[in-house]
Ligand binder design. Structure first.
Ligand SMILES: CC(C)(COP(=O)(O)OP(=O)(O)OC[C@H]1O[C@@H](n2cnc3c(N)ncnc32)[C@H](O)[C@@H]1OP(=O)(O)O)[C@@H](O)C(=O)NCCC(=O)NCCS
Length: 332
C-alpha cells in the first residue's frame, strides 16, 4: 500500500510579530535593595537599566494570549486560521496540560494542534525552526510560535548572580506559507556536558520536602556561560548566515538572545558585521526574558522604526541545556 504524503508550501516566512511587556517596571535601585551591587555595576556588566516583572494577573496564559492577538492581527489573519500553536517556556507552573492548548482555545482557534517545548532561551528559535518544517512538509499552514516566561517566579532576589538578570514577558510570531523564503535553515544543537552551568536549584520533590518548602530557583555560573555565549555562539550564528547564503555585508539586522549587552557586542565583533547593521538591544529595558527575548526585541525594533519590514535579520537563541538555535529571517 502506498501511503499518501502531505504537500507543503515552497517556503515559509514570519507574517506578524507581537509582544506583551508586564506593567511593573523594576529598576536597578529596587534590585539593589536585596543584593550587594549597584546600578553602575549592573549597567556596565550587563547593559540592563530596568526590567519588567509580572503581577499576579499577568500569567503565562494572559501574556501569551495578549502577545498572540497582536501577532495574528499584524499577520492579517483570524485566530481560526491558526492550525498549530507552539509555546516555548520553562516557567509554566503546570506540567500538564500544555499552555499551548489553553492559549489556542482562548484565542479562538478551531482546535489547533498545540504543545509546549522546553528549550530555555533558545525556545523561540527552536519553535520557529519547527514551524518552518511543518509548513514546508504540509503538516501545518499557519503556526503560532510563542516565547513566554515569568522568570521572576524562579529567581532568588538575594542571589546576586541572577537577581538583576531575569525578567518576564511574552513574544509571539505567526509563521505561514510564502513563495519567497523568509526563513533560512536552522543551525542548532546542545552541549549537555555543560548542563550544570544554568540549573534549577533542586527538583520539585526535594524542594517541597525541605523544611522551608519553597519553590526551586534558577542558578547560574555566569562567567563560563558568558564565554560560551560570546565565542561558541558567534560561530553558530556565522554558520546560520552561511546556511542561508547571506554574507555579513548583506545582513541588515542582528537580534541575538538578550542575555547581556556585552555578549551582544562580542558576537557583533566576532561576526565582523558592518557598523550600520541594526542591533536588538531590548535587554536595557527588558532584562533577560529567556524564550520571549528574541520576539520582544524584534517587536521593539519594528515599533521604534529602527528596523523595517522586509529587512534580512539574523536571530540566535542560547541558554540552559546548554542549547542553541539560530537562523536568518526576513522581518515581517
Ligand atoms: C552574570 C554576568 C553579568 C556576570 O558578569 P561577569 O563579568 O562574568 O562577572 P564575574 O562573575 O566574573 O564577577 C566579576 C566580579 O563582580 C562581582 N559580582 C558578581 N555579581 C555581582 C553583582 N550583582 N554586583 C556587583 N558585583 C558582582 C564578583 O564577585 C566578581 O568580583 P571579584 O572580581 O572581586 O571576584 C555575566 O557572567 C553574564 O552575563 N553571564 C551570562 C549570562 C547569560 O548569558 N545567561 C544565560 C543565557 S540565558
Amino acid at each position: 500500500m502506498k501511503i499518501a504524503q502531505a504537500q507543503g508550501a515552497p517556503a515559509s516566512a514570519i507574517l506578524g510579530i507581537g509582544g506583551y511587556r508586564p506593567r511593573r517596571v523594576v529598576d536597578n535601585a529596587e534590585i539593589c535593595q536585596f543584593i550587594d551591587s549597584s546600578d553602575e555595576w549592573i549597567q556596565t556588566r550587563s547593559g540592563i537599566r530596568e526590567r519588567r516583572w509580572a503581577s499576579a494577573d499577568e500569567t503565562i496564559q494572559m501574556m501569551s494570549v495578549a502577545a498572540s492577538r497582536k501577532a495574528i492581527e499584524r499577520a492579517g489573519l483570524e485566530p481560526e486560521q491558526i492550525d498549530t500553536v507552539i509555546v516555548a517556556t520553562v516557567t509554566h507552573l503546570y506540567q500538564t496540560p500544555a499552555a499551548a492548548a489553553t492559549v489556542a482555545a482562548e484565542l479562538g482557534t478551531k482546535g489547533a494542534a498545540a504543545f509546549d517545548i522546553s528549550a530555555a532561551c533558545a525556545g523561540f528559535c527552536y519553535g520557529t525552526a519547527m514551524a518552518d518544517s511543518f509548513i514546508r512538509t504540509g503538516t501545518s499552514k499557519y503556526v503560532l510560535v510563542i516565547g513566554v516566561e515569568r522568570l521572576s517566579d524562579f529567581t532568588d532576589p538575594r542571589d546576586r548572580s541572577t537577581a538583576f538578570i531575569f525578567a518576564d514577558g511574552a513574544g509571539a510570531a505567526v509563521i505561514g506559507p510564502s513563495e519567497v523564503p523568509g526563513l533560512g535553515p536552522v543551525v542548532w544543537g546542545s552541549d549537555g556536558d555543560q548542563a550544570g552551568l544554568i540549573t534549577q536549584s533542586q527538583p520539585w520533590d526535594v524542594a517541597l520536602a525541605g523544611e522551608e518548602r519553597h519553590r526551586p530557583v534558577l542558578q547560574m555560573t555566569g562567567n563560563p556561560v558568558f564565554k560560551w555565549a560570546a565565542y561558541t555562539m558567534a560561530k553558530a550564528a556565522a554558520e546560520a548566515m552561511d546556511a542561508a547564503g547571506i554574507r555579513p555585508d548583506e545582513l541588515e539586522v542582528f537580534v541575538p538572545h538578550q542575555a547581556n549587552m556585552r555578549i551582544t557586542d562580542a558576537m557583533f565583533r566576532a561576526l565582523k558585521l558592518p557598523a550600520e547593521v541594526i542591533v536588538g538591544r531590548d535587554i536595557a529595558r527588558q532584562g533577560n526574558t529567556s524564550a520571549a527575548s528574541v520576539p520582544l526585541a524584534i517587536e521593539a525594533l519594528l515599533e521604534s522604526g529602527e528596523a523595517r519590514s522586509g529587512q534580512t535579520c539574523l536571530i540566535i537563541g542560547f541558554g540552559a541545556g546548554l542549547v542553541y538555535a539560530g537562523q536568518v529571517i526576513t522581518l515581517p
